[in-house]
Ligand binder design. Structure first.
Ligand code: SAM
Length: 282
């Protein structure tokens, strides 16, 4: 039985990293008129009130989005991406304070054009219930079910372009392998798709299964972005960083993310690092 609920972690540093990459990818795709299908395989609730019981329990957003919010004026002047992203974050609020953190369905749906489609998968019945309560455009399809199987079933899509976010909770170790096999099958069916895969950096280094699986399969054109807050302390088990792989990344994504992450790093102290590379070659 699934126990992960993203509301406990909403707005943390990893969400900020993931949603900045997501925003920048979508930004680039939106420069052309041709229709896009977005598929979010692990959607979560869509919008997270920061005063919800689950979110106030760990208050992870305080070390994440709240730090950007406090310095939003200064940060907005650093890069166009941060300026746009922070403006969108302001738009997600109902008042003048930071009261909600938007999840991936929000980041994708609020910029949906008439010609675009968005398919959201969420397996957990209660999480899907929250997602179903969100007011989203009629071009958004919400499906309660397995997102990896759902992605493969949805291919090929009818639109000329496809953009996918794979953002599992990795509650089970096997999920790293399942992501690899799904990604390989998806790329066979949709060679030009832009696919983002999020993974946690844990002291145990479990994400190596994902990276090695993809490297061994010889998948090309993958850009990697890793935000590492610090090196793990002895015996530490929690998340120390956030990783994103982007298959077929839009041109210039590497530079845009690198400059924005450089602007953000001081928020997390002197041990924070960002590393971006063409991980299996261009
Ligand atoms: N993508 C969301 C965001 O950025 O706001 C966060 C997603 S959270 C990390 C992972 C979500 O996947 C949880 O809501 C969990 O219930 C859901 N989930 C777990 N296994 C799943 C599966 N096989 N298919 C679809 N959703 C699943």
């Amino acid at each position: 039985m699934l126990s992960y609920q993203h509301a406990y972690h909403a707005g943390n540093f990893a969400d900020v990293h993931k949603h900045l990459v997501l925003y920048s990818v979508a930004d680039h795709l939106l420069r052309k008129k041709s229709p896009i299908t977005y598929i979010d395989t692990h959607a979560g609730r869509g919008l997270y009130p920061l005063d919800a019981d689950e979110t106030t329990r760990l208050q992870e957003y305080r070390d994440g989005v709240a730090r950007l919010w406090e310095e939003r004026e200064r940060l907005s002047a650093t890069t166009p991406l941060l300026s746009d992203w922070l403006m969108a974050l302001v738009g997600a609020q109902q008042g003048s304070g930071l009261a909600h953190y938007p999840g991936s369905p929000w980041w994708l749906s609020h910029r949906l054009r008439e010609q675009d489609r968005l398919r959201l998968f969420e397996l957990h019945p209660a999480e899907h219930g929250h997602l179903a309560d969100q007011a989203l455009s009629s071009a958004v399809q919400r499906i309660q079910g397995d997102g990896l199987a759902g992605l493969l079933k949805a291919l090929p899509v009818k639109t000329p372009r496809l953009c996918v976010l794979i953002d599992p909770s990795y509650e089970r170790k096997a999920e790293y392998e399942e992501v690899v096999s799904t990604l390989l099958s998806a790329m066979r069916k949709a060679r030009h798709a832009v696919v983002m895969v999020w993974y946690p950096l844990l002291p145990a280094g479990r994400h190596q299964t994902l990276l090695e699986g993809l490297r061994d399969a010889g998948l090309r054109k993958i850009w990697r972005s890793e935000l590492r807050l610090r090196e793990p302390q002895e015996g530490e088990r929690g998340m120390i960083g956030s990783g994103m792989l982007v298959v077929n990344p839009p041109w210039g994504l590497d530079a845009r993310i690198a400059e924005s992450m450089d602007a953000l790093l001081p928020l997390w102290g002197s041990t924070a690092r960002h590393h971006g590379d063409w991980w299996v070659g261009e």
